[in-house]
Design a protein around this ligand. Structure first.
Ligand code: SAM
Length: 412
């Protein structure tokens, strides 16, 4: 029985500190469900695998699936993945340790586990990756895929690989995946999940490394990366992509193929509140025409793709901080209410071919208000971190590659 297996392998009862920590961190319900369902190991693993196959089957289908059906399938996959994580035996310290590295936030496995429920992000990536793999395998017999910063569940690939295995679409001889993450807790959970999903044949190796320093031995056909947060801040997507792009084969592809980061001036109430009053959930298909028309777009601040990454020049400032030059924007002059607007930065992700993740489809593409950027007005308390400019001014944006990555505007 799985419940017995849990107690035997962990060697702990519920009163012990390690398990108490898990109980405190919402894994409790999953453990309880394991105990009450009295599943055998085989039954649990079977349910886990099925949930991964089901969610992927829905997102790869060309028939539109209702939002609620997708959410239910992804919740089921999440529940099963968390059960697997509960069996990986992470201590409280490993489960919750979160810190800032030189290139960005390293999120704890506890906080990362939710990304497997981010339906439209996974849909955009899985559909893109599926097409990229199909295209590659038309010309070669096997490919190597690198997925750095993959987190405890590697949700952009493990569901897809489960689907390939179940449908026998592609084998482990055709696809070899390198999973990499710097967090030892993520590695433990990942190792357990790969074992539970019985995907070993597809996994070349699982590496515990900082992706900004990793040098894979193999040359890479597909580099799958998602280490970003809204407004293209906080996490190290750019530093990781910039370092690893050099290990792609000449004809290798990055997924996403392009990230376009854009700026706009919005009335906060219209953009973030009124726009969503009447809709069931936020998604690029549910945006409101009037709210969209009310935006003042500033244009693209930066585009991140294989070619821009290979040509990107770093500028090192006196204190050793590295920045990348982004776009220059001239602030429009004909906007009456500019002094009431705030800057919002958002991303549009093209994963591959026609697939992508649009604004509001996911937390990572959600516009992020920047409350330090003022045009035609001054904040009550001017702090040195505030940027103050006037309509008609030209602003040069830079992107800082620090532990807190993000855009820095400078008046030209
Ligand atoms: C939000 S989680 C998982 C994101 C995952 N790519 C997904 O698709 O859901 C972020 C993970 O990225 C890892 N990470 C962040 N920066 C990293 C770096 N420089 N090297 C390796 N792993 C990194 C963290 O340890 C964490 O497990």
């Amino acid at each position: 029985m799985e419940a017995q297996h849990l107690q035997v392998t962990s060697g702990l009862s519920f009163a012990e500190p390690e398990v108490d920590a898990l109980l405190k961190h919402s894994v409790r319900t999953q453990l309880e469900s394991l105990l009450t369902q009295k599943l055998t190991v085989e039954q649990r693993v079977q349910q886990l695998q099925q949930s991964f196959v089901d969610a992927t089957t829905l997102v790869l289908s060309d028939t539109e699936t209702q939002h609620q059906v997708l959410v239910k399938a992804f919740d089921a996959m999440y529940d099963q993945a968390v059960q697997s994580m509960a069996l990986a035996g992470l201590s409280q310290a490993l489960l919750t340790r979160q810190y800032v590295s030189a290139s960005g936030l390293i999120m704890s496995p506890h906080n990362c586990k939710h990304t497997i429920k981010d339906v439209y992000r996974i849909k955009g990536y899985a559909r893109g990756i599926d097409q990229a793999i199909q295209s590659k395998l038309k010309h070669v017999s096997s490919i190597t895929v690198l997925y750095p910063a993959c987190g405890p569940f590697a949700p952009l690939l493990l569901p897809l690989l489960s689907y390939y295995k179940d449908s026998q679409k592609f084998t482990g001889q055709q696809i070899q995946v390198i999973l990499a993450d710097v967090h030892p807790g993520a590695i433990l959970a990942l190792t357990q999940l790969v074992k539970d999903l019985q995907l070993d044949e597809y996994i070349l190796c699982i590496e515990e490394v900082d992706a900004t320093e990793y040098k894979p031995k193999e040359s890479i056909d597909l580099l799958v990366l998602e280490a970003m947060q809204h407004g293209f801040t906080k996490e190290g997507q750019l530093s990781i992509a910039k370092h690893l792009v050099q290990f792609l084969k000449i004809d290798g592809w990055m997924i996403p193929q392009n990230i376009s980061v854009r700026g706009m001036m919005v009335i906060g109430e219209t953009e973030f509140n009124q726009q969503w009053k009447e809709v069931e959930y936020s998604h690029s298909l549910n945006t409101d025409t009037d709210a969209q028309r009310d935006r003042v777009e500033l244009g693209e601040l930066m585009s991140i793709n294989k070619s821009t990454l290979l040509n990107m020049q770093e500028l090192e400032l006196q204190d050793g901080v590295k920045v990348i030059q982004a776009s220059q924007v001239t602030l429009p002059v004909d906007v009456d209410d500019m002094d009431k607007r705030i800057l919002a930065v958002y991303a549009h992700i093209d994963t591959f071919a026609q697939e992508g993740v649009g604004q509001y489809d996911s937390g990572i593409t959600h516009p992020r208000p920047d409350m330090t950027f003022y045009i035609d007005t001054k904040p009550r308390d001017v702090e040195h971190t505030h940027f103050v400019a006037n309509s008609g001014d030209t602003v040069q944006f830079y992107y800082q590659l620090t532990g807190l990555p993000g855009f820095v505007p400078v008046k030209v």
